[in-house]
Design a protein around this ligand. Structure first.
Ligand code: C5P
Length: 225
């Protein structure tokens, strides 16, 4: 089945406190989004990359990847899940699979994509990392209510891999039900799916705060060296 990459890139990145959406900040010589798109466009299994952009986006056209023949752009939506749903709607092939990856994770490595594509089972899969710290559930007053056993806890990363049509339906139904959907797997879980957890590389960080940008710079520079 053909594999499409879907990249939600329609956020504003408020927590970054920058003068532009964070995906357009420079990371070494190129923008964050440019790094992300080039990793996906250069993977041999990925047929096309669909990027969801903000309606007011004034930066995308100046990216080197903007005119790539295997890149499709669509308008994103209000929430991340809206942006993903709108990008999935551009896929006509009902047998396609979608690999959804945050624009804000520019350090993605082909290794991670390959490991995800080899996932066990038939319920889709996500990259994830085991929780390292001791986890606390806070009570209403901000003190510790209890300790949550961390053995079974994972951080959900991207990419996340699902049949495109099933994911699209799951997102539509999740939104109709008013569910809070912060990743693709959560929409599928609501439908009774049990996606596989595939351990990802620790350098596939999401850039949220200015400190993350410095860390990503180090990761990318050490790779080029
Ligand atoms: O803000 P956060 O880092 O959680 O966003 C994750 C990804 O979702 C980012 O790549 C962002 O551009 C994207 N997004 C989107 N549409 C929105 C909100 C966020 O495509 N409405």
């Amino acid at each position: 089945a053909p594999l499409y990459a879907v990249v939600p890139a329609a956020g504003v990145g408020k927590r970054m406190g920058a003068d532009r959406p964070k995906q357009y900040l420079l990371l070494n010589d190129r923008t964050i989004l440019s790094h992300t798109l080039s990793v996906l466009l250069s993977h041999p299994r990925i047929h096309q990359v669909i990027v969801a952009l903000g309606p007011e986006d004034g930066y995308f056209d100046s990216l080197e990847e903007a005119s790539h023949p295997r890149l499709i752009r669509v308008d994103g939506g209000r929430e991340r899940s809206d942006s993903v749903r709108l990008a999935l709607a551009a896929i006509e092939d009902k047998a396609a699979w979608a690999l959804v990856h945050d624009a804000a994770r520019p350090c993605l490595h082909h290794d991670d994509i390959d490991r995800l594509l080899a996932f066990p089972g038939d319920q889709g899969a996500i990259l994830a990392s085991p929780v390292r710290d001791t986890m606390k559930r806070a009570g209403a007053d901000g003190t510790i209510d209890h300790t949550v056993p961390r053995e079974a806890l994972w951080h959900a990363l991207t990419p996340q891999l699902f049949p495109a049509e099933a994911l699209h339906q799951a997102l539509v139904r999740g939104e109709q039900a008013g569910a809070v959907i912060t990743d693709e797997a959560s929409a599928m879980e609501r439908e009774g799916w049990h996606p596989a957890l595939v351990a990802g590389r620790p350098d596939n960080i999401k850039i949220t705060h200015p400190d993350d940008l410095r860390l990503a710079q180090l990761y990318l520079a050490s790779r080029e060296a």
